[in-house]
Ligand binder design. Structure first.
Ligand SMILES: NC(=O)c1ccc[n+]([C@@H]2O[C@H](COP(=O)([O-])OP(=O)(O)OC[C@H]3O[C@@H](n4cnc5c(N)ncnc54)[C@H](O)[C@@H]3O)[C@@H](O)[C@H]2O)c1
Length: 259
């Protein structure tokens, strides 16, 4: 059985303007897919889309209308075969602060809304379009979806309750969604990245020092991962016809301590 062929297809990468999403968009384009960069960052998104002969669509992943716009734009460039859900935010705060005051509920809800509900929104809208395309192989495959969770879904640190809850939700919904979409020939997998060198940690000298320090806690190799290394796994999960319903850690063997 050959790998799923992405040539002449279209795809959507949320958060595609930066980091892991950008690296995934580059590899999807190299595989012959016309990529929609669905992101809030217009400047970076447009410049990458031009470079890849794709399309930038300003899309807030929490909006059903924006998701529909992104899906329609992709479908015009070719049959939609792949969605990579990489948009996400990191935000740290403890359940109660140093003065024993509770976390603001709105902050917790914001992280859940973008990382979990936003992922589901893009996924359901994309799956609906993929399900209406013609199958590409004798199994009846129509497409594949990859979500970006985090190792924080399993070993969340102090201050990560909202982030871990959002990513744990993504891990938890992977199997039932794969089951829901099996009748449509759509595979669904999730990646749990470890510490990856992207703008999520900020930019500049201070963040470089912080990242060098973080790298020491990785088992091997003792460094942060590169977006490209995560994109290798994205492409594997998208194109390997027998990968379905799974969450894969890509983390250099790290197990996060409490802090
Ligand atoms: N970098 C890491 O160490 C790491 C580790 C574990 C998990 N992750 C996850 O991987 C994914 C990608 O992270 P990254 O490091 O590449 O981050 P990044 O900050 O480099 O890129 C995230 C992109 O998402 C976009 N985005 C944010 N909110 C959005 C919204 N509401 N709608 C549309 N786009 C939005 C941003 O504009 C940005 O371009 C995220 O889900 C993140 O939680 C990253």
């Amino acid at each position: 059985m050959p790998r799923m062929n992405l040539e002449a297809s279209s795809s959507i990468v949320t958060g595609g303007a930066s980091g892991i999403g950008e690296a995934s968009a580059r590899q999807l384009a190299a595989a012959g897919s016309r990529v929609v960069i669905a992101d809030l960052n217009q400047e970076k998104g447009e410049s990458l889309a031009n470079e890849l002969a794709g399309l930038f669509v300003r899309c807030d992943v929490t909006s059903a209308d924006d998701a529909k716009t992104a899906v329609a734009a992709a479908s015009e460039m070719g049959p939609l075969r792949a969605l990579v859900n990489s948009a996400g935010i990191g935000w740290a705060a403890r359940t109660i602060d140093r003065n024993n005051e509770p976390m603001e509920l709105d902050k917790f809800a914001l992280v859940i809304n973008i990382n979990l509900i936003g992922t589901f929104n893009m996924l359901s809208q994309s799956a609906s379009a993929i399900a209406k395309t013609d199958p590409v192989d004798e199994d009846g495959t129509r497409g594949a979806i990859v979500n970006m969770a985090s190792v924080a879904a399993f070993d969340g640190q102090i201050g990560q309750c909202s982030y871990s809850a959002s990513k744990g939700g993504v891990v938890g919904m992977t199997l039932p969604i794969a089951r829901d979409l099996s009748a449509a020939g759509i595979r669904v997998n999730t990646i749990a990245p470890g510490l990856i060198d992207t703008p999520i940690y900020g930019e500049g000298e201070e963040s470089d020092q912080f990242k060098a320090h973080l790298g020491q806690s990785v088992l091997f190799p003792k460094r942060l991962g590169h977006g490209e290394e995560l994109a290798f796994m994205v492409m594997e999960l998208l194109t390997n016809p027998y990968m379905n319903g799974e969450t894969v850690r890509v983390d250099g063997g790290i197990r996060m301590p409490p802090k």
